[in-house]
Design a protein. Structure first.
Length: 168
């Protein structure tokens, strides 16, 4: 919403979940002329898309198993115009203290969510923080370089959440 409100950009908005796409369509109804919704797996879509100035991923990359993260970052770079920018908002743990940050977050859920909801999100958080999915700061930064981004930098961090900007 802030991006659409403050700029005149056109956005292609992708999620694999039909429910998420429906919610987004309702939320962004006022911007229908500048938004295109795509309900598809990100890797499958990027295999045939192309030529974006900016690619933006919000709390989605962490859902991909480690090998697929590398494939996805490669595909994102291929879909960027030269000089294009990839902006990542996601859980990228610092190199130490991961367990404490996870427990701190989960304690917060227990404080303000009904217990069944808290348990569901905590189960999801624990899976996201497992070796199969967790991003530790050095790994994504090394992977950006490996797949050919010219630069990658974490601009801001609050606990385990970051804003990372990579340039092609
Ligand atoms: C934590 S939610 C974030 C949703 C939204 N981007 C936001 O910031 O509010 C993670 C999203 O990733 C989507 N997702 C998971 N695997 C995906 C895939 N393979 N391709 C595209 N989207 C995927 C899920 O459907 C879910 O909506």
């Amino acid at each position: 919403v802030p991006v659409l409100r403050r700029t005149d950009v056109r956005l292609d908005l992708l999620d694999v979940s039909p429910e998420m796409i429906e919610i987004s369509k309702r939320t962004l109804e006022a911007y229908a002329e500048r938004t295109t919704f795509i309900c598809e797996d990100a890797l499958e879509y990027l295999a045939k898309a192309g030529g974006y100035d900016i690619v933006f991923a919000a709390w989605t990359l962490h859902n991909f198993p480690q090998d697929d993260k590398k494939k996805l970052l490669t595909a994102i770079r291929e879909n960027l115009a030269n000089g294009g920018t990839f902006i990542l908002l996601d859980k990228v743990y610092p190199m130490t203290g991961q367990q404490e940050l996870l427990e701190h977050q989960n304690a917060r859920y227990r404080k303000y969510l009904p217990s069944d909801v808290a348990q569901a999100i905590i189960t999801h958080e624990i899976e996201d923080a497992s070796d199969a999915f967790r991003m530790d700061q050095d790994t994504p930064l090394a992977t950006f370089s490996k797949v050919g981004f010219a630069s990658a930098e974490i601009l801001d961090r609050i606990e385990r959440d970051v804003i990372l900007v990579a340039k092609k």
